[in-house]
Design a protein around this ligand. Sequence first.
Ligand SMILES: C[S@@+](CC[C@H](N)C(=O)[O-])C[C@H]1O[C@@H](n2cnc3c(N)ncnc32)[C@H](O)[C@@H]1O
Length: 215
Amino acid sequence: MPIPALTSPVLDPQVVSVLDRLHAERRRPTAGGPRRGGGSADPHDYADIGFSIRPEQGDLIYLLCRATGATRVVEFATSIGVSTIYFAAAVRDNGGGTVIGSEIVPEKAATARRNLADAGLEDVVDLRLGDARETLRDLGGPVDFALIDGWPVGSGPTLARQVMEIVAPQLRVGALVVNDNAEPDYLEYVRDPAMGFRSLSLPLKGSTELSVKVG
Ligand SMILES: C[S@@+](CC[C@H](N)C(=O)[O-])C[C@H]1O[C@@H](n2cnc3c(N)ncnc32)[C@H](O)[C@@H]1O
């Protein structure tokens, strides 16, 4: 018997069509970009570039949210809404809930809102415009799942680490956290058992850190 082709676990055709479009439109900055050197580190200089998670990372997020029945999710950050769409689809398919997004660039937040509306998911999302270190201070109750994506800063603790320190106390025991960029000071935090997490590096897009809050 032939082995069936692996397709995305996200099935809603309206959601799939927006995700397919956004993945197809993915492009890189022309002048190096914030991480590679040569490019600006000011997020406002990349208003039209998503830096979005890959489809396999989105599929993982969707499946884990479905497996755990997640209804309260937070993400740093939203950009143009790709990760948000995977989360919002899962939360809706779990029966409803809230995805708290965060984005500092107003044009990106506006694009994300349009993409979420195109996918029919805008009602599930509370997108907070501003610096995530402020907008995510009060998540309104225990959170089931967090994405700590990131953005480079010049020196000192990475944004991933700073935002994790704000979000971690608001996660329920058993909550899952995914990190995309393997920032060393973020990994130092989640891989230290004293911080209350157990962690695993998955071979997706190089490395994707999956952590569980255990205490
Ligand atoms: C890697 S992208 C997020 C991609 C998104 N998670 C996805 O997969 O679709 C990082 C985003 O962080 C935003 N950002 C940078 N600094 C921020 C801050 N202090 N607060 C909120 N958002 C910020 C950038 O504008 C950028 O859109």
